[in-house]
Write a protein that binds this ligand. Structure first.
Ligand SMILES: NC(=O)c1ccc[n+]([C@@H]2O[C@H](COP(=O)([O-])OP(=O)(O)OC[C@H]3O[C@@H](n4cnc5c(N)ncnc54)[C@H](O)[C@@H]3O)[C@@H](O)[C@H]2O)c1
Ligand SMILES: N[C@@H](CCC=O)C(=O)O
Length: 542
């Protein structure tokens, strides 16, 4: 087709309410029952086929009812991974030859299926497999994922439209935004179905083929993503999913000369390990692999003496405890002036203690269990340390119970020492550390956060005083890639607040934005001369 086309203008998918008796709830309930009652076989997807892995079986359990097995996968062996990379290699020429309109159409169709007939099943898999309440599942697995696909289709076209600014007389300059040579390795986290799906699909949209290794604890919703993409018409071999903990898959993928890029989201430690491995192998690759990673956070809320206490309390409770603090953006430390603390303390304690925690299938719950036994043990140790440390008061929570599921109670610690580990270590769970400071020290505290933060992902200032807001914006300029004024530091929306952080929080390539898509292209500049020179001499030569 010869045409300069447009994609439908992207609009953020609105979350639905799921109130009792409503149509959304009615559609969701049978999907929950169906997935709960089925022990799914979670296969690898290689060259479009569902292929059981040759490795050890791993059960995927409901984190809030750990004895309930939702599905089982067998980890990919080295041979499985080699076959998956080969499938990506085979699919690459035909996929790159498709126009951006054709590639975008597949993701736009996937977004429409997701927000239509696949909505209930996608939410149900995310609720059960990752222990999300319906609200948290809806804003992630449906709304954010549909937004990634619709906005990326729009942004990709902006990139393709980017052409040289100037043409000398008799010359036509063009830019060809090619895919990378080789395959992209997408390694994804447990906590967001949307991030897990965006990491392989964003490079695919730009014409690349992909090896995708999801987190073992997200294996169930990853299976539904693959089924959905197949239903939307994604050709075999464009995205090849292999299961496993990671090191075995990396052992093959990082040693392949065709590794063209890594698209990672997860912990800082894993990302740094992958980067080091690429560094060790750098002379073996055909190209320099593009390395894009969004990683950990220790996200702050800084309150000013002018803060509205109700705004602050809500920002802390939602920011710290929604999805049990298992968002890279979660508010896990707060700095509160003494005058505000006097008015906040009791309400924060009471609200936190009263938060309903339990199975996400009980719609009255605000949050649920942490993801697995490893996360539970880490939190139990952190709570025991806090209880035993002089200068830390456990204001709310402080308890954990794994008799049924991996439950850690929403916890508020009041911490005297601003250098305590609870104010600098990412626990990745429902623990909020609060440091109370003298009102006069606002600027000093802001400067300390800016200087000492190892991470720089999200942060918030809560203040009514505009001078204070302006000063904090400036002082904290490099302390957060996503900065919020009078709001919680979670819940970035695609197309509105492009998401990502710097320092140990990642390469800040902004998922769901043109900056990210640009990393999956390798531009070729083309100069065409209409009347080429015929004389080799230059004018100064006489
Ligand atoms: N900045 C962001 O946008 C963002 C978003 C979500 C999560 N996160 C971060 O992710 C972390 C939580 O997620 P997680 O527990 O899934 O992280 P993780 O690092 O434990 O795991 C991430 C992925 O890496 C895999 N992995 C581990 N070792 C590997 C190896 N050697 N080779 C290949 N893959 C390997 C895991 O199996 C998983 O798929 C937190 O630190 C959180 O802040 C960041
Ligand atoms: N984009 C999400 C965070 C993803 C990390 O886990 C937010 O803004 O809350």
């Amino acid at each position: 087709m010869d045409a300069i086309t447009n994609v439908p203008a992207p609009v953020n998918e609105p979350p639905r309410p799921y109130t009792a008796g409503g149509a959304d709830r009615a559609a969701l309930e049978p999907a929950l029952k169906e997935i709960w009652g089925t022990r799914a076989e979670l296969t690898n997807w290689i060259g479009g086929e569902a292929v059981p892995g040759g490795g050890e079986p791993t059960d995927v359990v409901a984190p809030f009812e750990k004895s309930h097995v939702l599905g089982t996968f067998r980890a990919a062996t080295a041979d499985d991974t080699t076959r998956a990379i080969e499938a990506a290699r085979q699919a690459a020429p035909a996929w790159a030859a498709l126009s951006i309109d054709d590639r975008a159409a597949i993701l736009l169709k996937a977004a429409d299926l997701l927000t239509g007939s696949w909505r209930a099943v996608t939410n149900a898999a995310t609720m059960l497999g990752q222990a999300k309440t319906i609200y948290q599942a809806e804003i992630d697995a449906v709304c954010e994922l549909a937004d990634f696909w619709r906005f990326n289709a729009h942004f990709a076209r902006q990139i393709y439209a980017e052409q040289p600014a100037a043409n000398s007389p008799g010359v036509w300059n063009r830019m060809d935004h090619r895919p990378l040579e080789g395959f992209v390795y997408a390694v994804t986290p447990f906590n967001f179905t949307s991030i897990a799906a965006n990491l392989p699909t964003a490079p695919a949209l730009m014409g690349n083929t992909v090896l995708w290794k999801p987190s073992p604890t997200q294996a169930l919703s990853a299976e539904y993503t693959m089924r959905l993409l197949a239903a939307a018409g994604l050709p075999p071999g464009v995205i090849n999913l292999v299961h496993g903990a990671g090191p075995e898959v990396s052992g093959v993928a990082l040693n392949d000369p065709d590794l063209a890029g890594i698209h990672f989201t997860g912990s800082t430690a894993t990302f740094q390990h992958l980067w080091q491995e690429v560094g060790k192998n750098i002379t073996n690759y055909r190209s320099y692999p593009r390395i894009v990673g969004e990683t950990g956070g220790k996200d702050f809320v800084l309150a000013h003496p002018s803060a509205d206490v109700d705004v602050l309390r809500t920002a802390l409770v939602r920011g710290a405890f929604e999805y049990s603090g298992q968002k890279c953006s979660a508010a896990s430390r707060a700095y509160v002036p003494r005058s505000v603390w006097a008015r906040l303390r009791e309400g924060l304690a009471e609200t936190t203690k009263a938060l309903p925690v339990g199975a996400p299938t009980d719609f009255a719950n605000f949050t649920s269990a942490v993801i697995d036994a490893r996360a539970f043990a880490k939190h139990q140790a952190a709570l025991e340390r806090a209880a035993a440390t002089a200068g830390i008061e456990v204001l709310a929570g402080g308890t954990a119970d794994d008799s049924t599921g991996y439950f850690v109670d929403p916890t508020v610690l009041v911490v005297d020492d601003p250098a305590d580990e609870s104010l600098s270590t990412e626990y990745f769970g429902p623990i909020l550390a609060v440091h109370v400071y003298d009102d006069a020290d606002f600027d000093r505290v802001a400067a300390g956060i800016a200087k000492d933060s190892k991470y720089a992902l999200t942060g918030a200032i809560i203040a009514q005083d505009r001078q204070a807001v302006a000063r904090a914006m400036e002082t904290l300029r490099f302390a957060a890639g996503n900065f919020y004024i009078n709001d919680k530091p979670t819940g970035a929306v695609v197309g509105q607040q492009p998401f990502g952080g710097a320092r140990a929080s990642g390469t800040n390539d902004k998922a769901g934005a043109p900056q990210n898509l640009q990393r999956w292209t390798s531009t070729r500049s083309i100069k065409e001369t209409f009347e080429p020179a015929l004389d080799w001499r230059y004018p100064h030569m006489g």
